[in-house]
Write a protein that binds this ligand. Structure first.
Ligand SMILES: [Cu+2]
Length: 107
């Protein structure tokens, strides 16, 4: 009985550690709102993480034109993160609404 309790505490701790990793702090957050990326342009340092959060009820994606990053379809409340490892300018669109554009500038 005691053995099971220790095991479940261990699993609980393991679970906490994992969720902490998954919800890694973003350095910059971009909201997807009213069919727009807000802000449209973000400037980050190399190694920083950008997180997009879909606040619309419509589905959206985040897809860089150079295929450097691409999200799956994001439902309302879903988020997608990308860690910038290479300097450059990354223009991106929503694959479902290609008139939605944004830009990530990595220094
Ligand atoms: Cu969209």
């Amino acid at each position: 009985m005691k053995k099971y309790m220790i095991l479940s505490i261990f699993l609980l701790l393991l679970g906490c550690g994992q969720s902490e990793q998954a919800s890694q702090e973003a350095d910059v957050t971009v909201l997807i709102k009213d069919y727009k990326f807000v802000p449209e342009t973000v400037n980050v340092e190399q190694g920083q993480t950008i997180k997009w959060v879909n606040e619309d009820s419509a589905l959206h994606t985040v897809e860089s034109k150079n295929k450097e990053f691409a999200s799956k379809e994001l439902y309302q409340g879903d988020s997608y993160s990308f860690t910038a490892t290479k300097p450059g300018t990354y223009e991106y669109i929503c694959g479902l609404h290609p008139n939605m554009v944004g830009k990530v500038v990595v220094r």
